[in-house]
Design a protein around this ligand. Structure first.
Ligand SMILES: C[S@@+](CC[C@H](N)C(=O)[O-])C[C@H]1O[C@@H](n2cnc3c(N)ncnc32)[C@H](O)[C@@H]1O
Length: 256
């Protein structure tokens, strides 16, 4: 499928369904059943810093940084509706940010060598051009600027419970590979009566693209949160899976 067609389908999904996702997957959370910024402190002190969020969604992560005295906040998203929601949400709380409605793959007039941090919470995986996007992000950052992003863990899409009957309660079932780890082809997924197009990239694809774009990886995190790991008596398929493998991952990289 053509990349522009993929962007069009995904933009339509987000413009139509933005309200369903208001405030979900935003800092301090990095992802599903995953350690949070409160555990990890990947950003440290952002006071006086310039930050750009790629795929800013409803603006809740921007507000998280505004609450911590960031000097300048920018948000980019492909969806007009998400940008509208983010703008109103920040204004309601007495904050402002500069918003850009564009695909992360595009030239969007963002200043270069300008930001201390560029970050994305469950956004980067939507790109149709991983290396091109990482190169753009590197260009926006100052030297030694930090890029932080989280996404679905690759294994999560490859491994499923073999149980066919009770999807909600798993007793003695096994996790099985139902998709090749090496398969990076785009696939269509039905969601909320609509459709999205994604692909599942190998971890090495992310690491090699970061290296080629001029980053050094400082940390990669693939840790289920303590509450989930220590929970007893919760037999839900999600919790049991999250105890066996990472559902999300997060990278912290520095521009060389
Ligand atoms: C899971 S949401 C991110 C949630 C966000 N962290 C929040 O706090 O709302 C994914 C976002 O990526 C945006 N998106 C999808 N494809 C994109 C692309 N190619 N370029 C820029 N934004 C994109 C969507 O519009 C959506 O807002």
């Amino acid at each position: 499928m053509e990349k522009n067609e993929i962007l069009k389908i995904n933009k339509t999904y987000w413009d139509t369904n933005a309200d369903l996702w208001f405030g979900t997957t935003a800092l301090p959370e990095y992802g599903v059943k995953f350690v949070t910024e409160e555990d990890l402190h990947l950003f440290g002190d952002v006071s006086g810093k310039k930050l750009l969020e790629i795929c800013c969604g409803s603006g809740h992560s921007l507000k998280y940084h505004a609450d911590r005295n960031a000097a300048e906040l920018w948000g980019l998203d492909i969806s007009h509706k998400q940008i509208e929601n983010a703008d109103s949400y920040l204004k309601e709380h007495g904050y402002t940010a500069k918003f850009i409605c564009a695909p992360m793959e595009a030239e969007a007039g963002i200043p270069t060598e300008y930001f201390d941090f560029v970050y994305s919470i469950y956004g980067i995986g939507w790109t149709t051009d991983l290396l091109g996007t990482f190169k753009k992000i590197a260009s926006y950052l100052k030297k030694d600027g930090i890029f932080i992003f989280s996404w679905h863990h690759t294994l999560n899409y490859c491994v499923a419970w073999s149980c066919t009957e009770r999807k909600d309660i798993i007793e003695n079932d096994m996790l099985v590979f139902n998709k090749s780890y090496f398969d990076e082809a785009y696939f269509s997924m039905p969601v909320d009566g609509s459709e999205i197009i994604l692909c599942n990239r190998k971890i090495s694809t992310y690491i090699n693209a970061l290296a080629e774009a001029g980053f050094v990886v400082e940390q990669m995190i693939e840790q289920t949160d303590d509450e989930t790991m220590k929970s007893v008596g919760d037999n839900s398929s999600k919790t049991k899976k999250a105890k066996m493998l990472p559902i999300s991952f997060c990278f912290k990289a520095r521009k060389l």
